[in-house]
Design a protein around this ligand. Structure first.
Ligand code: SF4
Ligand code: SF4
Length: 111
């Protein structure tokens, strides 16, 4: 096994485009954290997700509504406060590489 590939999430965002049908789940601990820091808007915007849990709202193309900033189409607009699922998703994991292939990110594209 070689070293993990050098992946640039800011040139990708593929995992943030998997949100259709409420697939990017948000655990209860995130709601408590957001309410404690005054981000009730994030907690109140969630939609029904898989397995009876809550999930990030998504656009018609399946992308998370928080994807994209003035600085980059693949950046997270709530990065500092993003969800636990987002924090724990591992760049270079099998699922990450699968998402990248499906999204046509590999081979690398321009930002
Ligand atoms: S799919 Fe992988 S490389 Fe792309 S943004 Fe998500 S974690 Fe980063
Ligand atoms: S909250 Fe940010 S990191 Fe999480 S799925 Fe949405 S855009 Fe991606």
């Amino acid at each position: 096994m070689g070293a993990p590939p050098d992946l640039d999430c800011l040139a990708c965002g593929a995992c943030c485009r998997q949100g259709s049908d409420g697939r990017i789940l948000v655990p209860a601990e995130d709601l408590a954290r957001w309410r404690a820091i005054g981000r009730d808007d994030l907690a109140d915007s969630l939609v029904p997700g898989h397995f009876g849990e809550l999930a990030f709202p998504y656009r018609a193309d399946g992308s998370c509504v928080h994807l994209g900033t003035p600085d980059g189409a693949h950046a997270c607009s709530i990065y500092a406060d993003r969800g636990t699922t987002c924090r724990e998703f591992e760049a270079g994991s099998r699922q990450c590489l699968e998402f990248r292939r499906e999204a046509g990110v590999d081979p690398p594209r321009e930002r």
